[in-house]
Design a protein. Structure first.
Length: 419
């Protein structure tokens, strides 16, 4: 049955049917053709998958990001970071990397980050004299840091399937996110120095810096508050998501005074659509996961891998190669939902912790977000910069090398992800 599902899914994907709909059509189609299991059980599985309390966090984190990334707060943060590092080699591009890292503590969505930060910074970088493909590539790669810094929507999705603690995943993602930020900033520095990219040559004024620091303070404080509340068990991830939305409403409405009914309506619609897409993928993937479990494929896959490869480091390498290939053709949430049931037993067989597997999987699949042919953030930033995808991919080569190098570290060095 699984082979038939894969075949039907490939046909549906080639027909440009959206991933979630392709998953439903292929899985239900396989059930109808083979007739082994009643189709109504698949519908029950889809509905039961939504009866999960942690899923409530997704729309609230989406709404928080939509409220805070736009408006005065976002611009204040960009101005502050530009004052800090705009004068070093590749400094303006590094501003984009740092902005994505900080906004990672707000939205938890790489796509939202690429849209919001890219719309602000790509025109600015082009105006300074940066090549448009490099600007688009930098922001496409940097946006994926968003899903490592808590809160992270993919981590919530992974926890739903694997049974791992959302709070533990959030904490485990901090160091990998910061390392990825440092690696991408290093690429910007080297490229800026080697290619003579322009730097900010305006004089530094402490008074202006202090003003921007005060204005950007709420954006800098939110990630810290989220980590503190989760690390010390003050609130659950779901409770933190609700508090973060209230925080965003207070900051936008009372401190910045740029919240009106039109902005609130736009943010709610944006968050609703984004949440709907994620939940539809979760529901569709749940049928495939249920069928895979029904056929005992994870156990068979684990037995085959351990008997064939034998060496744990070879098994981990094979897992990474499968993830990389999958992430290039399937959206990240769907890939997480499809691969997790297969890899959790295999990781346990080689002594890999579930938390480490989650971080490794999300870092791995995030590369697909800025790699063709799917490349969601790649397409977004290329569209904003009005450049060809191929030109952007060439500029992304150093970012790919850094990401893969760090990925190997997360895969083979547990202390980078476990606390």
């Amino acid at each position: 049955m699984t082979v038939l599902i894969i075949g039907l899914f490939v046909v549906a994907a080639l027909a440009s049917i959206p991933i979630a709909h392709a998953l439903v059509l292929s899985s239900v189609g396989a059930l109808l053709v083979l007739g082994k299991v009643p189709v109504d059980l698949a519908v029950q599985q889809m509905i039961s998958q939504m009866q999960s309390f942690p899923l409530i966090a997704i729309p609230f984190f989406m709404l928080t990001g939509a409220l805070m990334v736009s408006g005065k707060l976002g611009q204040s943060l960009v101005n502050l970071l530009s004052m800090l590092i705009g004068r070093v080699h590749g400094g303006p591009a590094q501003v984009g990397v740092l902005s994505s890292t900080i906004f990672g503590g707000v939205s938890g969505s790489a796509v939202a980050d690429a849209s919001a930060i890219g719309s602000m910074l790509i025109p600015w970088l082009k105006k300074l004299g940066y090549p448009a493909p490099f600007a688009a590539g930098t922001l496409a790669a940097a946006a994926t840091i968003d899903i490592l810094i808590p809160p992270s929507i993919p981590m919530i999705v992974y926890a739903l399937v694997s049974g791992a603690s959302i709070g533990a995943l959030f904490v485990a993602g901090i160091l990998p996110g910061l390392l990825m930020c440092g690696g991408f900033m290093l690429v910007c520095y080297v490229q800026g120095r080697r290619r003579g990219f322009p730097r900010d040559d305006s004089p530094f004024h402490w008074q202006a810096f202090g003003t921007q620091l005060v204005q950007a303070g709420p954006a800098l404080a939110m990630p810290v508050l989220i980590i503190v509340f989760l690390r010390f068990g003050i609130a659950t991830p779901t409770e933190v998501s609700v508090m973060s939305t209230l925080y965003a409403l207070v900051v936008s409405g009372l401190l910045y005074r740029d919240l009106n009914l039109a902005k609130l309506r736009h943010a709610a619609i944006e968050a609703g659509i984004s949440t709907g897409v994620v939940l539809l993928i979760i529901m569709a993937s749940s049928i495939v996961g249920w069928i895979v479990t029904y056929e005992q494929l994870p156990a068979a896959f684990t037995r085959f891998a351990t008997e064939t490869l034998q060496s744990p480091w070879l098994i981990i390498l094979a897992m990474n190669l499968i993830m990389l290939a999958t992430g290039m053709f399937i959206d990240l949430p769907a890939a997480v939902l499809l691969l997790t049931p297969m890899f959790v037993p295999l990781a346990a067989a080689v002594g890999m912790d579930t938390i480490q597997l989650g971080i490794m999987m999300i870092v791995n699949l995030s590369i697909g977000l800025y790699h063709p042919p799917i490349g969601t953030t790649l397409f977004i930033t290329s569209s904003i910069a009005k450049v060809r995808i191929g030109d952007v991919v060439i500029e992304l080569i150093p970012f790919y090398l850094v990401a893969i190098g760090l990925l190997l570290g997360f895969a083979y060095l547990p202390w980078l992800t476990l606390r």
